[in-house]
Ligand binder design. Structure first.
Ligand code: 2AM
Length: 485
């Protein structure tokens, strides 16, 4: 059914920006019984949507900004689905003057959370709720049920929540949508989701590389391994699609698909944002950083050319009976590294909550990522349970079951990395996850020496282990006396 803009507001929500994400979200709302006002800078897109999908639900196509706003029931809910950045500001500038206090602008794009904070503060002054909302799951997710991460005011969620929850993915009867926190919290959490996604993908890629070059397996054999893994604790969308990709043969050459793709990984930038933000927050998000740098390094053709012929490791491939055992070893290493990467992600969310004054339910974050998004996995149930049992859990590894698993994985984890090192196979994400584990579990760190160096060359002072106070050693004086700073 298609309603038309006849002057009286009928639409519960409006979507402006009808490229594929916006179009699919609009259709999703309509398919769930909401009347959806449609708008796009170029009206042809609006017309195309109605022509192709008008029978899916109730749409109100509009051409001008005024018509669009007039079609919305009050308080108005206006969702922006344009490319993040200048276009978002342009659209806000266009619509905000037409809105009234209490109305809501939802930004469903991949905005930087600091931009969202800025926009939210500016619009709040005018009484308009600005809801920066992470939407994960790509085109398919937008149409069939994404994971939705709205920020903004609790007041706006009271109105928007039921609509978002209706169109989101559902897992065991629960919606993959919750109010994350105020202002930029939703976009922040979406950014970390993407960062974790980078880490997970890199870890899986390293596991593949090891099975290929240490175990000597073919891509179809590795696809089988991943299918098996997908029945266990690694059960996830990313493992599932990895198996499909590895099983795929290129039609033109008859070679495994993975062998005909150029090995230069690209990115749209959310991984980079996560790493930049982690540094600002002082969050040790090393697995995401390594994953992001690994993509960057893979794309540096000239550097790779300069290094290409340098000598590497020496070990021989494994014999078949060793290879079989090795698969289980890699599974341990992958799982343990994955736990570390996710733990770092949650740590970063907690750090940001403290920095920006957000109240974020860490169990809910796990719950809404169980469906609709790229990192959806059985494993998230475990994270949810851990934070439900203790919202103040300082780390996943403080939970006995995770601690137990990692303890059991430890020997194979180290073995895998040592064997990769001997052979000269790069495993940056595996290694950095293990280094993080060893750093945090160490009784004493060489950080003490670094404090000494800092005090020596820059009089930066240090704390003592045995007394309170701030100290400096007069390094240039005879006897190097210590003074209290
Ligand atoms: P368009 O169809 O008129 O190009 C993704 O690019 C979506 O964002 C498209 O719907 C596009 O509209 C819209 N978009 C991009 N920049 C925009 C801008 N500055 N103002 C309004 N819409 C914009």
């Amino acid at each position: 059914m298609q309603a038309s803009a006849n002057g009286s507001p009928t639409a519960q929500i409006g979507v402006t920006g009808l490229a594929v994400m916006g179009r699919n979200l609009a259709r999703n709302f309509a398919r769930h019984g909401f009347t959806v006002a449609l708008h796009n800078r170029t009206a042809a897109r609006t017309r195309a949507l109605v022509e192709e999908f008008g029978d899916e639900g109730s749409f109100v196509p509009t051409e001008t900004a005024e018509e669009f706003v007039a079609a919305l029931e009050r308080p108005r809910r206006l969702m922006i689905m344009v490319k993040a950045g200048a276009a978002t500001d342009a659209v806000i500038d266009e619509f905000a003057p037409l809105l009234e206090p209490g109305d809501m602008i939802i930004d469903g794009g991949n905005a930087h959370f600091l931009d969202t904070r800025r926009r939210e503060a500016a619009l709040r002054e005018r009484g308009i709720h600005f809801v920066g909302s992470g939407v994960s799951g790509g085109e398919e997710g937008a149409l069939h049920g994404p994971s939705i991460m709205p920020g903004g005011s609790a007041e706006s969620y009271a109105v928007l929540g039921p609509m978002f929850e209706a169109i989101s993915a559902q897992v065991e009867g629960e919606p993959c949508c919750t109010h994350i926190g105020t202002d930029g919290a939703g976009h922040f959490v979406k950014m970390v989701h993407n960062g974790i996604e980078y880490a997970d993908m890199q870890l899986i890629a390293e596991a593949y590389d090891l099975l290929r070059h240490v175990a000597g397996y073919t891509p179809p054999q590795i696809a089988e391994v991943f299918r098996e893994w997908n029945k266990g604790r690694l059960d996830s969308y990313l493992i599932e699609i990895t198996a499909e990709i590895l099983a795929h043969t290129d039609e033109k050459t008859g070679k495994p698909f993975v062998d005909i793709v150029r090995d230069a990984a690209e990115q749209k930038g959310t991984g980079r944002w996560t790493v930049q933000t982690a540094l600002d927050l002082g969050s040790p998000t090393t697995a995401i950083a390594q994953a992001t740098f690994a993509r960057v390094a893979s794309s540096r053709t000239a550097l790779r050319e300069a290094y290409r012929r340098l000598s590497g490791g020496t070990d021989h491939p494994l014999r078949p009976h060793e290879a079989e055992r090795y698969v289980a070893t890699v599974e341990h290493a992958l799982y343990a590294s994955k736990v570390i990467a996710y733990d770092q992600g949650w740590t970063m969310i907690r750090d940001a909550a403290e920095e920006y004054g957000w109240t974020i339910d860490l169990a809910d974050v796990a719950a809404i990522w169980r469906g609709g998004c790229i990192i959806r996995a059985a494993f998230l149930d475990r994270i949810r349970a851990a934070y439900s049992a203790d919202p103040h859990l300082p780390s996943l590894l403080a939970e006995p079951e995770f601690a137990d698993e990692i303890t059991r994985a430890q020997v194979p984890w180290r073995e895998v990395i040592a064997a990769a090192n001997r052979r000269g196979i790069p495993v940056p994400a595996f290694s950095s996850a293990l280094a993080y584990y060893d750093t945090l579990r160490a009784g004493r760190l060489p950080a003490a020496l670094i404090q000494g160096q800092r005090d020596f060359f820059g009089a930066h002072t240090y704390h003592r282990t045995d007394r309170e106070g701030v100290f400096h050693t007069l390094w240039a004086e005879t006897g190097r006396p210590e003074v209290e700073a």
